[in-house]
Design a protein around this ligand. Structure first.
Ligand code: PGA
Length: 256
């Protein structure tokens, strides 16, 4: 069986001053300690990327942005391109987070344009999908997830090739920032569905290698049970990523 390297990713959203971000990066860097088989990633606000990159120094932390524009440059006031993110030191970019989808009207078509641009540049996309409470309660979870996957990854489908470096994240909207975590069984059920979608759409080899992160109120108390599920390969963490005291234990989830 293919061993997928677990990833613990912190999405800082629109939080922290530059000083706080640098201090947190340093705390995470030293908190990793002797854990060598877990990838750690942080996604600060755009304005903090360069300072956080410097603070990462020699520590094994990957740097991501929380969003990007699909064009390389041009008259797009207020936007940031993938190339600019790479210049700031990013290797990854979170795309299609539910807050982008619901608060900023980002459709899966728009997410797909961004996925195309990121892949073209060699930036690793962390593509987020997830259903709302209403969709779950009306038994539409799988239909919604399938539609988001189909459209957000339309380019990969057209080429019949999905890079195994692509990372997916299942984030049930009803569990984000609400304190309500999907149970490990609820999350695993959707992760399995996503992996099967990858297998059917691409190959079983790709499905075995692509990591699927879970996001939604992950904290030190529930991380181990989630990570024990066979198809959960990591966590995309909001609230608990803002403090070293709660983020570092996630990296050490096996000891929880
Ligand atoms: P949360 O956010 O951990 O605060 O629920 C998760 C996310 O939005 O990525």
């Amino acid at each position: 069986m293919f061993e997928r390297t677990p990833m613990i990713a912190g999405n800082w959203k629109m939080n922290l001053s530059v000083e706080e971000a640098v201090a947190l990066t340093e705390a995470v860097g030293s908190g990793i300690g002797n854990v060598s088989d877990v990838e750690v990633l942080v996604a600060p606000p755009f304005t903090h990327l360069a300072a956080v990159k410097r603070a990462i120094d020699e520590s094994r932390i990957f740097l991501a942005a929380q969003n990007m524009h699909s064009e390389m440059s041009g008259a797009y006031t207020g936007e940031i391109s993938g190339r600019m993110l790479q210049q700031a030191g990013c290797t990854h970019v979170i795309l299609g987070h539910s807050e982008r989808r619901t608060l900023f009207g980002e459709t899966s078509e728009v997410v797909n344009l961004k996925v195309r641009a990121a892949s073209f540049l060699g930036l690793i996309p962390i593509i987020c999908v997830g259903e709302t409470l209403e969709e779950r309660e009306s038994d539409r979870t799988f239909e919604v997830i399938k539609e988001q996957l189909d459209v957000s990854m339309d380019n990969f489908r057209a080429d019949q090739m999905m890079p195994t470096t692509t990372i997916l994240a299942y984030e049930p909207v009803w569990a984000i920032g609400t304190g309500k975590t999907a149970t490990p069984e609820q999350a695993e059920e959707v992760h399995q569905f996503i992996r099967l979608w990858i297998e059917k759409t691409f190959t079983s080899g790709v499905a075995a290698q692509v990591r699927i992160l879970y996001g939604g109120s992950v904290k030190p108390e529930n991380v181990k049970a989630l990570m024990t599920e066979p198809d959960i390969d990591g966590a995309l963490v909001g609230g608990a990523s803002l403090k070293g005291d709660s983020f570092v234990p996630l990296i050490h989830y096996r000891e929880a």
